[in-house]
Design a protein around this ligand. Structure first.
Ligand code: MN
Length: 224
């Protein structure tokens, strides 16, 4: 029984461009990646290299820099280490069909006293990220079964007003949005675009339509 058996069983490697189920070590041995994935639902896949594979969690809302915010992280099957450079299209009808972006990437260091295996076993893994977007101290804590929470620790990289998924929405390796990736690589552009963050502010210059102003004025004059 290999740790990548579940990964292998879920995929048809003649049909998906995802990397084959091979265990290996990256150059650093401690890589991490966050992939933005517009499949049936938008989510962010958080993966940390351990023992020749990427331990993986699917985070529906993505990471938050706010230490007061706990983000649900569902443990999913281990992925091959080479998955950290996969950005592209999984064909519709295949497992996870949709557009995948390398949203952040780098290395991590486990924060003692336990090693990664022991910490995963206990369901309490503390680590420091050295990514482009994600930095500093974090914890993954298991609440039950496959359900974990990803939480930012308080440090100089924490922020309660920077929504990092909205302010840094593009690929860290190619600068593309999901829709760009879909357009470049023959994916479903409309579906991919729905995963790109909409502008946070409402359109400017729509504060009061003339009819609304007239209605307000006339209701004032009719007051008894
Ligand atoms: Mn995914």
């Amino acid at each position: 029984m290999s740790p990548l058996d579940e990964y292998k069983k879920k995929r048809r490697f003649g049909s998906t461009p995802e990397p084959p189920p091979e265990s290996k070590r990256s150059g650093s041995g401690c890589s991490f990646v966050v992939q933005k994935h517009r499949a049936s639902h938008l989510h962010y896949d958080f993966r940390m290299e351990h023992d020749g594979v990427l331990k993986s969690w699917a985070i529906p809302k993505g990471p938050s820099l706010d230490p007061a915010v706990k983000r649900l992280a569902m443990a999913v099957e281990d992925h091959p280490v080479d998955y950290s450079s996969f950005e592209g299209i999984i064909p519709e009808g295949e497992y996870g069909g949709g557009t995948v972006m390398v949203w952040d990437r780098g290395t991590y260091a486990v924060e003692g006293p336990d090693d990664v295996a022991t910490a995963l076993d206990k369901g309490d893994l503390k680590f420091t990220l050295h990514g482009t977007k994600l930095k500093g101290s974090w914890v993954l804590v298991r609440t039950r079964n496959r359900q974990w929470l990803l939480i930012k620790h308080r440090d100089r990289y924490a922020s309660s007003n920077d929504d990092i998924t909205a302010t840094a929405p593009t690929s860290v390796i190619t600068g593309r949005k999901l829709a760009d990736i879909a357009a470049d690589e023959g994916g479903d552009v409309e579906k991919a675009a729905s995963g790109d963050q909409p502008p946070p502010a409402p359109p400017p210059g729509k504060r009061s339509a003339p009819s609304a102003t007239r209605a307000a004025r006339s209701s004032r004059t009719k007051k008894p």
